[in-house]
Design a protein around this ligand. Structure first.
Ligand code: GLC
Length: 804
């Protein structure tokens, strides 16, 4: 069974059967205003923050057939009443003659046919705007005239998303709706929480006369809500009740009589869901967007944004699934994770327990750096603003208030209040920004640390470079009994929570990698003293690592507070961890011999046809001594599941060692596009990476969950473009260092870099996996494989020949 197909020319995935195993979604807008739209028209929308300023009531846990957030009803006269149906299939579930949901770049377009009526709805948020547009075209295919009414509907939530569910008296007492009638029957139906009526007013409006409206859910559904979303009783009446709800469950429904459509006729109706501080002031802009031409322009602008964004890197390889991911869907997902961190999805419904994650976003930034370095830098600045004076980082922060906290560590009494890895990731992010842009002045930008004095003023501040140095110093000074970095509450693997004093080999390697970045940077800046200091730190940690971490066949992952290893042959469960093997290669700590053996152990003990498991064997029962990992059954999530985020690190490690076949095998086996024909097993969207799949210890091996918001996006993209295709930005230019399957004849890549276009053609006549022996730039041979920074504003032709 499959549920749709890739349309690469349109840069869409087209869903052709609405009964997907779980909702398949698409993101619209940004965190400033937006959210996601599911493939049956439901919408989860917020402005600035899903926890503190949520607009629609979207409850992912409800069955797929239920109404969620927003929908559209159409109706035509039938018998003494009306035939009412939704062109989105949900919530009326009428039989359809055609159903397509086009998942596009920043828009979703649903095309359906029911009862001879074709509906096309294009849903998007214009760039920089606080309005969700639904551009609706209704065509009469029935062969006879038909009177059509269109009733767009929104269900609102209290702005405090959690309160909506925790207080069912206060919330409904505060919810209010008012109508604002305009000339020519136009109408803005507003909604707000009483105390926010002068600061945040939601509204639904359209570009067509409205004959009546409803704002109270009980009245809309009818019969004290024994009417249902599938069959709202009020829609059997000629008009809605025109009721301004001053309490209760607020919604918005606008009844439009589109009139008689003759056979072949099309009518266009555009609706707008938005939020403004002040509707009167916003009216000119609301009115401007009622022009069809304005909406068309906004849609074109959105397409241009994506042209520019995706144009930064385009590839042509021998693998079609790789191309469609690298040219369209993977960089798109990187942009989405950069926007939303892990804060708003079907699986992470944005109730405020999380915010913007420090480690998560620091890694997300890496995935967009080639495309929107400015946006990357802005996010880096925010992240640095929640770093503490001692160099460690707050675990997450709320994007509206910029209030940060220590994440799950707060829930465990006596647990360390820092994460061993968080602060180190930002070094990778800043380095990537500098290599992409050469904007070295950024290093001098002063950013306050997170701590505040009694007046709320920052207790300290440092330049970006000082923030980076502080991060290094924190780990340098926070080591345990073996001289290895302390784990803190957890490292990247959030779910291994050991008693204070435990050490993390992952942090040792991330520290090593961060030191390599600092050495590189300080060399570039000419700071010889710092190069010497960081080189010494690197050698010191490498020595501790060499001495302690090797377990005979692979590397250990942790030492607990008593010095006992985890991720060792000595353990019964959790004997080997994937990151334990890949990261020593990435950090350069592993000797060539141990690197090979460790990666072999990873392959033979952790690889499956669906991807690499994070660890094995899975714990089989809750063990407070290891924490969160043992809350899952064996094979799920971090406990022996295929945690996709860690897979690209194995790709990178294999590529660094020159194993092009293995690197590509690891890449291809997790490529979601290749799952399109195995959806019954996979279940999630085939156009994005999910965070996890069940591993082979679980009966539902291969089942994916938590799609979209995962570091897999950023790392799969980096692994593919920078390590398999091997085009790596460095301070002095672009390094061309591919590691590909030997069978490939070559590939092409177009890369915009520092305002020049590099048209790169890699040829592989000898059929090797690694090694570039001849490079020409605009016809002239250069030494080595480093293409220097070339003249701006021009296109340059680079030819690289691989061979022995
Ligand atoms: C989740 C968290 C991330 C963590 C990962 C592994 O994806 O968002 O911070 O690194 O799980 O535990």
């Amino acid at each position: 069974m499959n549920y749709g197909y890739f349309d690469d020319d349109a840069r869409e995935y087209v869903i052709t059967n609405p009964r997907t195993p779980v909702k398949w979604i698409n993101y619209v807008g940004t965190l400033a205003f937006g959210g996601f739209v599911d493939h049956t028209g439901g919408a989860f929308i917020c402005k600035g923050d899903p926890a503190l300023n949520r607009i629609t009531r979207y409850i992912p846990q409800l069955p797929a057939s239920e109404f969620k957030g927003e929908t559209l009803y159409l109706r035509f006269p039938q018998g003494h009443g009306y035939k009412v149906f939704s062109p989105y299939f949900v919530p009326t579930l009428d039989p359809y003659d055609r159903y397509e949901c086009h998942v596009g770049l920043g828009y979703t377009r649903i095309v359906s046919e029911f009862y001879g009526i074709r509906t096309q709805v294009t849903i998007f948020v214009p760039l920089g705007e606080s309005r969700l547009i639904r551009d609706i075209e209704i065509t009469n295919l029935s062969g006879k005239p038909v009177e059509v009414d269109a009733i767009p509907v929104v269900e609102y939530t209290h702005f405090d998303a959690l309160k909506q569910f925790t207080n069912a008296d206060w919330v409904p007492q505060t919810m209010q709706s008012r109508v604002r009638r305009e000339t020519d029957g136009l109408m803005v139906l507003t909604q707000y929480a009483f105390m926010r009526r002068s600061v945040a007013v939601n509204y639904l409006t359209s570009n067509h006369p409205v004959s009546s409206f409803e704002s109270d859910r009980a009245r809309f559904l009818g019969d004290h809500e024994y009417g249902t979303w599938a069959n709202p009783l009020s829609l059997q009446e000629p008009e809605l009740g025109n009721y301004e709800a001053l309490r209760g469950d607020n919604m918005a429904a606008l009844l439009h009589h589109l009139g008689k459509l003759l056979p072949g006729d099309t009518k266009r109706l555009i609706t707008y869901l938005g939020q403004e501080p002040d509707i009167e002031q916003a009216l000119p802009r609301i009115q401007a967007f009622r022009e069809e031409a304005r909406v068309d322009q906004a849609f074109e602008d959105l397409a241009s944004f994506w042209d520019r964004y995706l144009g930064k890197i385009q590839v042509r390889t021998p693998d079609a699934d790789m191309d469609r991911m690298l040219n369209i869907h993977n960089p798109r997902q990187c942009y989405v994770t950069k926007q939303w961190s892990r804060y708003l999805s079907l699986y992470q419904p944005g109730f405020g327990a999380r915010g913007i994650g420090f480690r998560d976003s620091s890694q997300d930034v890496l995935g967009v750096m080639a495309h929107v370095p400015e946006e990357g830098r802005q996010l880096i600045e925010k992240l640095l603003g929640v770093q503490r004076c001692d160099g460690s980082a707050m675990h997450q922060f709320n994007p509206l208030t910029m209030i940060a906290d220590e994440g799950d560590s707060r829930e465990v009494e006596g647990a360390p209040r820092f994460y061993g890895d968080d602060h180190l990731w930002i070094i990778l992010a800043v380095a990537a920004y500098l290599k992409e842009t050469d904007d070295l002045a950024f290093l001098n930008t002063v950013i306050p640390y997170y701590e505040k004095d009694k007046q709320g003023n920052p207790s300290g501040a440092g330049t970006v470079l000082e923030h980076m140095r502080q991060a290094i110093e924190f780990t340098h000074d926070s080591v345990g009994a073996h001289g290895l970095p302390l784990l803190g509450f957890a490292d990247w693997n959030d779910t291994v929570n050991l008693a204070a004093g435990a050490e993390s080999l992952f942090c040792a390697n991330l520290y090593g990698k961060a030191l390599l970045e600092m050495i590189d940077l300080d060399r570039h800046l000419g700071n010889d003293e710092m190069v010497a200091r960081y080189s010494a730190c690197y050698e010191e940690m490498k020595a501790h690592f060499d001495e302690r971490a090797w377990d005979g066949e692979w590397y250990v992952r942790y030492f607990d507070a008593d010095g006992q290893p985890l991720g060792s042959r000595a353990n019964i469960k959790g004997q080997i961890y994937a990151n334990g093997q890949s990261w020593p290669v990435i950090s350069g700590f592993a000797s060539p011999e141990r690197a090979t053996r460790a990666l072999h152990a990873l392959y033979s003990r952790l690889n499956t046809r669906n991807g690499i498991k994070l660890s094995a064997p899975g714990y089989d029962g809750y063990d407070p001594a290891v924490g969160g990992i043992s809350t899952y059954p064996p094979g799920a999530k971090e406990n022996g599941g295929i945690f996709l985020h860690a897979n690209p690190w194995a790709i990178i490690a294999e590529a660094l060692l020159g194993n092009g076949e293995r690197a590509f095998q690891y890449y291809a086996q997790i490529n979601p596009a290749a799952k399109n024909d195995r959806i019954e097993e996979f279940e999630c969207e085939p156009y994005v990476y999910p965070q996890n799949m069940l591993g082979d210890e679980h009966p539902q091996f291969g089942l994916a969950r938590n799609s979209w918001l995962t570091g897999t996006a950023s790392w799969a993209y980096q692994a593919a473009t920078q390590y398999i295709l091997g085009i790596r930005p460095i301070y002095d230019g672009l390094r061309i260092d591919p590691c590909i399957p030997a069978g490939w004849d070559g590939f092409r890549i177009r890369r915009e870099f520092r305002a020049a276009v590099y048209e790169i053609e890699v040829q592989n006549p000898d059929h090797v996996s690694k090694g570039v022996h001849r490079v020409t730039v605009d016809g002239r041979q250069i030494k080595g494989n480093l293409v220097p920074v070339l003249a701006r504003g021009q296109t340059h032709h680079v030819q690289a020949i691989m061979g022995r």
